[in-house]
Design a protein around this ligand. Structure first.
Ligand code: H2U
Length: 358
């Protein structure tokens, strides 16, 4: 049969989709989900995590690697990373450089932020007001570190599968003297779109997704969580406000409350997908700070990316290897299929339903 006689069905026919935030393409091959060895949904054997572990350096009152003792904190707790990847002082590399052997100065600070005094909770199991405390702290750190550093990366690595070294609920904040690759690329893409269309890219995108609905997982009057049209990871999410906001510290009190609400809902759905504490790397992207505070950054729209690695079950992950490393990113199920699956999951957490929550 010639291809012209067949109607295009994104679930059946492989195709490419454009990622306007990275100026790149992703290969969507949903028919691959029909492979006979697709695997089954298995329950992950979750380790029993104590509420307080005297040997965990992130718990209240415990002593960390550098000999300092944590306070008996009751909400969030921020400390300087004892093993920082970027430090405030480092000499400049030599300036006479060959074009193929270039280096630049890198300076900054790395902080760790505990979300809660208990080790056995995660964000979806925390109360809304406790999540608001986390958001308030994110905003405070953005304000404080953004005053001097051009980029402040707030990110959470959750689960050992994502390289998280400690089960205590926490995130990291790295502020750097340089504009890192991913947000710098996103900055160029959003700027080019804004110059061409006279509207922030992600504001228009949010409006379109609210109308189309097929990729929306959860939304409220301020926020929207979608599996983006160009998603690479199977259950990737883009969380974004519905009004034009440049940075997380600009959120109003009401927007912080509605953000806590949508975060709790989307993270509960994540956990309910495979009945496991869902691993991911997430992080916030907003307009750059430091010397960029004086510039017009209207092309930016605040957003968070969630990149979870799981594909078919609690133990079967998507590998970004072979073709992805050497040619281009590829995904199996379509973003619409992933969104529908997440959207239809219950809003109450499986641990609460099973009476496992302490
Ligand atoms: P991850 O689990 O995402 O790696 O974050 C934990 C961070 O906590 C990690 O970057 C820091 C590690 O360097 N840490 C301290 O700063 N002090 C300690 O005593 C233990 C862990």
């Amino acid at each position: 049969m010639s291809t012209s006689e067949v109607n295009f069905d994104p679930k059946e026919h492989q195709h490419l989709r454009y990622n306007p935030l990275r100026d790149s393409w992703v290969l969507v091959s949903a028919h691959r989900m029909k492979r006979p060895w697709a695997g089954q949904v298995e329950k992950h054997p979750e380790e029993c995590i104590p509420r307080y572990d005297p040997n965990n350096p992130l718990c209240p009152g415990n002593t960390r690697a550098n000999g300092k003792t944590n306070p008996n904190y009751k909400t969030t707790f921020v400390f300087e990373n004892d093993f920082p990847a970027i430090q405030p002082d480092a000499p400049d590399p030599a300036s006479d450089q060959h074009p193929l052997f270039q280096s630049k100065a890198a300076r900054g600070v790395c902080k760790v932020m505990c979300f809660h005094p208990w080790t056995d909770v995660t964000l979806p199991l925390m109360k809304n007001e406790e999540i608001v405390n986390v958001i308030d702290k994110w905003a405070e750190l953005m304000e404080e570190l953004g005053a001097t550093y051009p980029w402040v990366q707030i990110f959470e690595n959750k689960g050992a599968i994502m390289g998280c070294s400690n089960p205590h609920p926490h995130c990291q904040v790295w502020a750097s003297s340089f504009f890192p690759n991913e947000p710098a690329l996103s900055d160029r893409c959003q700027r080019a779109f804004y110059e061409k269309h006279k509207e922030p890219m992600l504001l228009q995108y949010a409006k379109q997704e609210v109308e189309k609905k097929e990729r929306v997982v959860v939304m409220n009057s301020d926020w929207l969580a979608v599996v983006p049209y160009w998603a690479t990871w199977p259950y990737q999410l883009l969380l974004l406000p519905q009004r034009h906001i440049l940075r997380i510290n600009e959120l109003t009190t009401e927007e912080r409350e509605s953000l806590a609400d949508i975060m709790k809902k989307l993270l509960t759905k994540y956990d309910n997908l495979f009945n496991v504490s869902f691993p991911y790397s997430m992080g916030w992207h907003g307009a750059p700070t430091g010397l960029y505070l004086k510039e017009d950054n209207s092309h930016w729209q605040l957003h968070a990316h969630y990149y979870p690695p799981l594909l078919r079950s609690a133990t079967v992950k998507k590998f970004m290897v072979g073709y992805e490393m050497l040619a281009q990113e590829q995904r199996d199920l379509t973003p619409e299929q992933a969104a529908e699956k997440l959207r239809n999951l219950p809003d109450d957490h499986y641990k609460v339903r099973n009476g496992e929550e302490k």
